[in-house]
Write a protein that binds this ligand. Sequence first.
Ligand SMILES: NC(=O)c1ccc[n+]([C@@H]2O[C@H](COP(=O)([O-])OP(=O)(O)OC[C@H]3O[C@@H](n4cnc5c(N)ncnc54)[C@H](OP(=O)(O)O)[C@@H]3O)[C@@H](O)[C@H]2O)c1
Length: 329
Amino acid sequence: MKAIVIDRFGGPEELVLREIEKPVPGPDEVLVRNLYVGVGKPDFVMRSGICPFLEKEPPNLVVGNECCGIVEAVGDEVKGISPGMQVGVNSGLGYGAYAEYIAVPQKFVTVFPDSFPIRYAACFLNYMVAYALLNEVGRGTDGRTLYMKSASGGIGTAVIQTALLQGMQVAASASTDEKCEYLRSLGAQCVFNYTKEDEKAAVLAFTKGQGADLILDQMAGPDFKKQFEYLADFGMIVLYNWLDGDPGLDQLGTIIGRSSHAQAVRSFSFHVYDSKPERLANIRKICMDRLTDGSLKPVFQQELPLEEARKAHELLDNHQVLGKIILYV
Ligand SMILES: NC(=O)c1ccc[n+]([C@@H]2O[C@H](COP(=O)([O-])OP(=O)(O)OC[C@H]3O[C@@H](n4cnc5c(N)ncnc54)[C@H](OP(=O)(O)O)[C@@H]3O)[C@@H](O)[C@H]2O)c1
């Protein structure tokens, strides 16, 4: 079968199209013939070698974390999934999706009804992450206002749509005017280019001086601490990646120093649900219902053939993502 593999960790140039052996499902595994593959930042994390969860190493390692298609075969121990069903895979393993076929443990497979547009399944994880961030990870705040920086990608789009659907007031920013236009088109009430406008001033103006109840931060890094200045009382900063590295401060000391504001910081990986299948099933159901009834509608930036995975990664690495990129197989 065709697959996109890496022989060593590195940049997009390491992605190579190769014929490899079609996988055979184990007793607890489902073999899926992929139709679409979702491309997202977690794939960059895997490709570049900084993924803390990866159980396999290159060479000949198939890239990719999310895909969807039709079940071709199932192992003897698999229950409730049979050939012909349309399914989505969040491999959870962090690899294996950029291929014509994937074999994964049943727990990573979501069955979608025949009426569900299968392309949506390639970005289903974004909506589950968005739901989790807003409703499970970020709970305990007043929950009225959200600020998200660099929000034009797949996760950002899903978060904005979900937050608006749930009645939150949304401030979002990005690094270019084109991305800001895109964020406005999603309905965010406050949009600004963070390379031109001061984040603190913009968020405080939007929240009438109160600060945002929830700040979703994928950067961390040296500027992390500044966010407390535009975080509301009882507010929370949720860290869901560390693109700018360690914030280099005593977080507990910082929070204790601001105890008169009762603020919190929480760090999050979706892997928390690996051991919580019932909780995950609840999130799956809510997101599936919302995508099925049209209250949430994925925005696809580009559909490229699997063979052009390298181009998709160049868009990722060059911060050129508006919505979701998918590959068709
Ligand atoms: N914790 C979890 O479980 C979980 C699960 C899924 C995804 N994530 C994280 O969620 C984030 C968004 O994922 P995504 O797939 O939506 O990503 P994406 O589509 O690539 O969007 C990320 C945005 O981040 C900004 N950015 C800032 N520094 C960057 C850098 N060094 N390289 C590339 N982009 C950079 C860019 O926007 P600007 O140019 O506007 O700044 C870019 O558009 C990622 O950090 C990902 O790792 C976390």
